[in-house]
Design a protein around this ligand. Structure first.
Ligand code: C2E
Ligand code: CA
Ligand code: CA
Length: 601
């Protein structure tokens, strides 16, 4: 190391200069080599860029043209050739077109407009977002006109001008079709994502309910494999058409999100029952609508519903609707599921109860209890009231007050009522066979059941099926309900009377029925409401009212049942008014059938 250093220090001046020169030369050559290599690379890249640019331009729907600094056409793509009707040999010539452009309400010759503007165009982009173009045929097209200066070749300072004309009619068509489902032309998922924030904001600000309903045509891939692709598509088209009509009627927005999935936004919902009954209607209509060469296809539709605010945060509403749909699909075909948030707080979760009802009926969670009705004069059990109980796997025994009104809203009460009637009639038959004392059993009916228009017929059919004497059956209808729909009720009462079954006006004394009115109703019994009896031992007014009702009903040939009798003192007082029958905890609470029938031995 030391000796090499010594050698350098012993070089002559000439040798030293020569060495320095060699080093400098080497560095220079090295730089030159890299420079040309980079330039060549850049040029190649530039050329390939130009080719790529030309290729892109060639297929572009936008009309593109490049003009040289001295106004010669260097390039025009097909769209531009068509739009400006350029002659065959237009290249490297002045722009020759009869097209006119309207800018700021004034028409210009396109050629001179371009010439005038590229003179004054430096680095700035010239852009007219909404102008019009008129061709030789006088056809006017809305366009977006851009003009920009561009250095086409790095090695020269020559500026070119790129002119782009976007045909806005095409853009509009394209963007419209982007938001529509190809098959059904309904707004699609993209459109839904665009619309939802506005729906959410509105519901949130106006504190309204908003339901997102996801509908899913069940077993679609199987259906497609059976009836074929075309037919399956036509099923979807029909479904879309039907949903669109419903949507127009009810002011819902319908989206065809994908394949066999549809989304409905329902803004005019007041309760979750509104949403479910809407879906039930749709399910019913869709289930029988499709005929294939005279063969009716039975189609089922599952639905997932998320309701704001009941189903939780609005941001997650769509996710929750999807979760609900997944649940509905798990439950089987044609099911509806409402999303229930984990932290939903209430003693009984109405949403859950609603979802659980159909399965509960199938799994035998409902049970009819019987409460004895005692004849006052001999203190014997002469009748019973059937009272429904729900043994819920999670909540335990649920009192009917909790779920009856919910069922009335959703219409499920119709199924429940049929179940109760069936159970009671079967029970009557067993008591007859096993020689128990035959007693009259009353069943509570709601107006919803009567309004089906098939109630009386159904009762008649069931009496026949079970071979039960109609005298052993009575229906209890609350006073309030009966009066709210007076004429209808009178008609039904007469029809029921014709069958030979009894009728009782329940909860009497809370409404405002005058005795004059009462004459019109062919009821056999009045049941005095518990609220009139609760404080009867101390409240003199209640005493007078109960006494008056008993006396007056007797003049109308109606028997009286007083319910809510809880002690001996009440029995004595009310018996002294001439009451015919009594019911209450003093005699017995409502009991399961095996307990109850011991009273009939
Ligand atoms: P309701 O028809 O007025 O039935 C009488 C209610 O009073 C029953 O309540 C019964 O258990 C209760 N009760 C009877 N005696 C006494 C007493 O001494 N003291 C007290 N505190 N309460 C007494 P439940 O079973 O909870 O039924 C409540 C309501 O649910 C019924 O009122 C009825 O409107 C409805 N309901 C029950 N079962 C059915 C049904 O199968 N169909 C329909 N549509 N409604 C039903
Ligand atoms: Ca009752
Ligand atoms: Ca009652």
């Amino acid at each position: 190391m030391g000796s090499l250093f010594e050698k350098f220090t012993h070089l002559t001046q000439i040798e030293y200069l020569l060495l320095t020169f060699t080093i400098i030369l080497f560095v220079f050559l090295w730089i030159l080599y890299f420079n040309t290599r980079e330039k060549r690379k850049l040029k190649a890249q530039m050329e390939s860029n130009v080719t790529a640019f030309q290729k892109t331009c060639a297929i572009s729907d936008d009309a593109i043209m490049i003009l040289s600094e001295n106004n010669k056409v260097q390039y025009a793509n097909n769209a531009m050739i068509r739009l400006l009707e350029l002659k065959d040999n237009f290249l490297l010539k002045n722009l020759d077109t009869t097209a006119q452009i309207k800018v700021k309400k004034e028409w210009f010759d396109l050629g001179s407009f371009v010439l005038e503007h590229h003179m004054g165009l430096n680095d700035t982009l010239l852009s007219y977002p909404t102008s019009q173009l008129k061709t030789s045929e006088g056809h006017e097209t809305p366009i977006h006109f851009y003009m920009d200066s561009l250095l086409m070749d790095l090695s020269s300072t020559m500026v070119s001008y790129v002119i782009t004309i976007q045909d806005l009619t095409k853009v509009k068509e394209q963007s419209n079709s982007q938001f529509k489902h190809q098959l059904t032309q309904l707004p699609n998922q993209l459109q839904a994502h665009q619309d939802l924030p506005a729906f959410f904001a509105k519901a949130h600000l106006e504190k309204n309910k908003l339901a997102l309903v996801l509908l899913h045509l069940d077993n679609f891939s199987r259906l497609r494999s059976i009836i074929g692709y075309e037919q399956a598509n036509s099923v979807l088209e029909k479904m879309a058409g039907y949903l669109e009509a419903v949507g127009a009627d009810l002011n819902l927005k319908i989206y065809h999100t994908f394949d066999n999935h549809f989304l409905l936004t329902v803004t005019n919902v007041h309760s979750m029952d509104d949403a479910t009954s809407l879906v039930e209607d749709i399910q019913q209509k869709l289930s029988s609508f499709y005929k294939l060469e005279d063969v009716s296809l039975h189609l089922t539709v599952s639905a997932g519903i998320a309701l704001y605010p009941d189903s939780g945060s609005i941001r997650k509403l769509l996710d929750h609707a999807y979760k609900a749909l997944a649940e509905a699909e798990k439950e089987g075909d044609g099911k509806i599921h409402i999303f229930i948030p984990e932290n939903f707080n209430s003693q009984y979760d109405e949403l859950r109860l609603h979802n659980d009802m159909p399965a509960a009926l199938k799994h035998g969670e409902f049970e009819v209890y019987y409460q004895p009705i005692i004849q006052v004069k001999n203190q014997e059990v002469v009748a019973a009231e059937a009272l429904i109980r729900w043994k819920h796997p999670q909540y335990g025994l649920i009192p009917p007050d909790v779920f009856i009104s919910l069922m009335e809203k959703t219409g499920f009460i119709i199924k429940l009522g049929q179940y109760v009637l069936d159970e009671v009639l079967k029970q009557q038959k067993r008591w007859e066979l096993f020689k128990f004392k035959q007693i009259e059993v009353s069943i509570n009916v709601s107006m919803v059941e009567i309004n089906t228009g098939e109630f009386v017929e159904h009762v008649e059919k069931k009496l026949g099926e079970h071979q039960i004497n109609p005298r052993l059956l009575k229906f209890e209808i609350t006073e309030g309900i009966a009066m709210s729909n007076e004429n209808e009720t009178v008609r039904y009462f007469h029809a029921l009377k014709k069958l030979g079954v009894g009728i009782s006006l329940d909860d009497f004394g809370t409404g405002y029925t005058s005795f004059g009115y009462l004459k019109k109703f062919p009821a056999d019994t009045l049941k005095i409401d518990k609220s009139l009896v609760d404080y009867i031992l101390t409240n003199e007014e209640d005493q007078r009212i109960v006494k008056a009702i008993i006396e007056l009903s007797h003049t109308l040939d109606m028997k009286i049942v007083v319910e809510g009798i809880e002690n001996k003192k009440m029995v004595e007082m009310i018996a002294s008014y001439g009451c015919d029958y009594m019911q209450g905890y003093h005699f017995s609470k409502p009991l399961p059938v095996f307990e109850f029938q011991k009273l009939l031995r």
